[in-house]
Design a protein around this ligand. Sequence first.
Ligand code: N01
Length: 540
Amino acid sequence: MTTPVAEPTGSTPLDAVVVGAGFAGIYSLYRLRKDGLSVRVFEAAAGVGGVWYWNRYPGARCDVESVDYSYSFDEDLQQEWNWKEKYATQPEILAYMEHVVERFDLAKDITLNTRVTDIVFDEDAQLWAVTTDTGESVRARFVVLGLGPLSNSNIPNIPGIHDFAGPMLHTGQWPHEPVDFTGQRVGVIGTGSSGIQSIPEIAKQAAKLTVFQRTPNFSVPAGNRPLTDEDRAAQKADYAERRRLSRLSGGGSPHETHLKSALEVSDEERRAVYEEWWRKGGVLFSKAFPDQFTSIEANDTARDFWVEKVRAKVDDPKIAELLIPTSHPIGTKRICTDSGYFETFNRDNVELVNLRESPIERIDATGVVTADGRHHDLDALVLATGYDAMTGSVKKINIVGRGGKTLNEEWSGGARTYLGLGIEGFPNLFNLTGPGSPSVLANMVLHSELHVDWVATAIADLADRGAVLMEPTHDAVEGWVEECRKRAEGSLMVKADSWYLGANIPGRPRVFMPFVGGFGVYGEIINKVAADGYPGFAFS
Ligand code: N01
């Protein structure tokens, strides 16, 4: 389907339209404006923050340390902001993002409460026409998509779901007013990162909590704690080195794996390493040894250690077994980070329902019916059921490139990009932190900066060449898709039915979307392409 180019309301085209005011969009505005470009940001929400605006569920906090999950582009900013805890809560991250917007006077170019509906390339004018749901239409030379890989909530298609009479809350669309579950019977469907963070908090309030688990997940204690003045001073004094190491690292934070492989060390050394990485907390546990993602034997040693830890936390051995994943190697689905998740199942007011044994048949006004005939009576239902990840938000916009081809047509067999940034047939349109880049496998704040700096440099270089448009060639896209495929298949990451593969959304093509080669390696690749004059891009 094509859409006619919308009639612009303003006669002077903008240099750039940025879609989304999360970490990527906010920095895009800052950087492109600093480079002298005229920029408008459109944001569907009533405030800035992206996922950190929406994800207000109890227990929501980041699984990357606050000191690292923050912008590096301004030394004064990183020196003056004081993080309260090792892992920041959602309100603190949102307050930080609002502070950045205010500090750099960005709000005047951000239009809130406005969803972009159409982005259509006008081949004659060599401009993009961007239309919004408020009826506004602007033209721009460049479009930057900062939509976020985890922004399109997945509401499962369970029969009767909309008949539920009580409050039904998706973790990614949580209300702004406080939700009080005191005295209520609450059900949570889903045991991914959002479920695992919210379940311990909801259990503290609810009269009864029923957890509906389809697939158990690996989770490691965050080891969260308040930061002291001494912690903050030490972190700030070391910021330059932290950032340097982060940019070279696999995941965008300053942590290395143990130097030797899990299979070449003694049992004692292996155990000591796992204990140390367990103490470091959270996602880092899946990166204790360099071969954890390539060798199933190495991965199994991490799994065995993890299983022992979890069995020790759960009083009822039968419940413990239900909580132990058997369907995928550890770390091949996003490893979760928790604060007391497994211990929550020792509480009298918490019940675990194993959906593998008794799937949900339907939902009615008063609860959930499972295949064993039980009716689970509920006053409130929480959907921690995840996202149509990586491409879901991009695909919701009608994006039409050269020859009237839509992005949905271009990506019908799976997302195809060059370097995760450019799309064939969509000149001067850049997709940030999405498929074909490390994306969700890396620290999204530094990843956003890497992408935006690359785009800003490319825009400046385009002008220096005297060209107007840049777009990837067919061969370059083919090559990058193949490179990403080979790297993913050389790892264990393809062994899980994860949202990285689109496996959580029925009908989605099964293609591993993120670049698994590591954040540092990826940065070297894209910066070399820029330094070498952009091989793989055509200029006109
Ligand atoms: O979503 P998920 P999430 N019936 O897709 C279940 C980031 N994040 O929001 O595995 C029953 O991981 C589904 O079951 P299954 C992080 O990158 C980070 O938790 O498909 N169950 C699964 O258990 C994360 O990975 C942070 O069998 C159904 C759950 O719902 C990503 O966001 C915090 C179902 C969905 O898990 C997504 O996490 C939060 C159905 N019909 C999120 N449909 C931190 O920084 C789905 N499920 C810590």
